[in-house]
Design a protein around this ligand. Structure first.
Ligand code: URA
Length: 431
């Protein structure tokens, strides 16, 4: 059968700053997924989109075309309203782990499809896989059962969900075309809309450790994603939040699970607890759930912990099993005395990655125990020689390169200078 369009004409239109028509977008996304448009042709179109942008109409159609490349999940069998979250990723960002069971404990159903880490930001599935026996891959039926029994499920997206995005994302990754707002927004939102949630809270990170280090760009991305969600009938809100400093006191797979369990036990670092509670309240409100149980109480009285334990068991994990600990530890001492003014999230993330917690190629194995414990954060006083970080890895030859990237990552002053930090919540964007 003859194809409806010639791909070169579509590439040329975008190269010359023109707008693509709806049929052109539908065709090019479908033809690429079918293998009719070649990788080099799609690479060229993606670069033209990165350089010349897309109108909101084009982004919305591109998103629909990616959704239509696969299945749409349906949760109408559930008695509870669905609510989900998505974070654009950061260092020490383990919020999904306590948040999903917390929202379930307060009456929501959380169908969370998560990803694996690439580069310096960790992936939720890699973190949960450090729990002995836990399984990320579930069939749609299994997912529904876990949701019905526990109120929350965290698992990998199946092959049937937005296959066009899977192919496009892999191509973007190797052609320098990831950081384009139309492509990021359509990629994230196609998966979240196809996932079938009725409410969605986006956590768009900004600062050194985020994908969008510039707050103006983070806001623009948030606005586009909220508009895409609302057009698709998903109650969508976004918070632009700080990622200048790592979140919490740990970064690395098993270390982050341990910290999440502390939060579920009613403790944990203040910034993790605060962001988890803010996100939970937004998710419940957006889904129209008037819970008789306040999220803060659900952390204190064990209700969220009960859901966590059921959810981990339902996916084959043992919530009582000892978490993996790296074979080797090394202390990184404070280089001078004074108040900590800055702690660069990107440097900490790169160091965690070099310790073996992250991957540089898709499919690579990660170390469950590798990562960093942070002993003091900006605003705290430290003495020269006191432990600032503890580095963990199974392979001690990794320490040197991991330490290298931490040199200069922390600014300490004894002269009364002020801590320069972004506020935890920078802005809220609603539809
Ligand atoms: N995460 C996604 O799912 N897609 C992107 O394009 C970027 C981050």
């Amino acid at each position: 059968m003859a194809e409806a369009f010639a791909v070169v004409e579509i590439i040329s239109t975008k190269r010359d700053r023109g707008e693509l028509s709806a049929p052109q977008i539908d065709w090019v996304v479908d033809a690429y997924t079918r293998g009719v448009v070649a990788d080099e042709q799609m690479s060229s179109l993606l670069m033209a989109i990165l350089l010349n942008g897309m109108s909101m109409r084009e982004i919305s159609r591109w998103t629909d075309a990616m959704i239509n490349s696969g299945e749409r999940m349906n949760w109408s069998a559930l008695t509870r309203p669905t609510a989900d979250k998505h974070s654009t990723g950061g260092v020490g960002d383990k919020i999904t782990l306590p948040l999903a069971p917390l929202v379930a404990a307060c009456g929501g159903a959380v169908p969370q499809l998560s990803g694996r880490g690439l580069g310096h930001t960790g992936g939720t599935l890699d973190k949960l896989e450090s729990i002995p026996g836990w399984r990320a891959s579930l069939s749609n039926d299994e997912m529904l059962h876990v949701l019905q029994d526990c109120g929350a499920v965290i698992c990998a997206a199946g092959a049937g969900l937005a296959p066009a995005d899977k192919k496009l994302y892999a191509l973007r990754d190797v052609t320098g075309t990831v950081p384009a707002i139309p492509l990021i927004a359509s990629s994230i939102m196609s998966k979240k809309i196809a996932e079938g949630t009725s409410a969605l809270i986006l956590d768009v990170k900004t600062g050194s450790g985020a994908f969008m280090s510039d707050p103006a760009k983070a806001r623009e991305l948030a606005q586009v994603m909220v508009a895409l969600g609302e057009r698709a009938g998903v109650k969508t809100r976004a918070l632009v939040t700080a990622m200048d400093v790592p979140l919490g006191l740990t970064a690395g797979n098993a270390l982050e699970v341990r910290e999440s369990v502390e939060v579920l036990a009613g403790g944990g670092p203040a910034d993790i607890v605060e962001l988890t509670l803010i996100m939970a309240r937004e998710m419940l409100d957006a889904a129209g759930i008037k819970s008789s149980l306040d999220p803060e109480d659900a952390l204190k009285n064990g209700a969220a912990m009960d859901v966590w334990r059921r959810m981990i068991k339902a996916q084959g994990g043992d919530p009582d099993a000892k978490l993996p600990v790296a074979k080797e530890q090394h202390i990184f001492p404070a280089p001078e005395s004074g108040e900590i003014l800055e702690m660069n999230a990107l440097s900490v993330g790169l160091s965690v990655w070099r310790l073996g917690a992250g991957r540089s190629r898709q499919g690579e194995a990660v170390q469950a125990g590798a990562g960093i414990e942070i002993h003091a954060k900006p605003g705290e006083i430290i003495k020269a020689g006191q432990p600032l970080f503890t580095l963990h890895t199974d392979e001690p030859e990794r320490f040197e390169r991991a330490m290298e990237v931490l040199q200069g990552a922390v600014r300490i002053s004894s002269t009364g200078k002020k801590v320069e930090r972004l506020p935890l919540i920078i802005e809220k964007i609603t539809g």
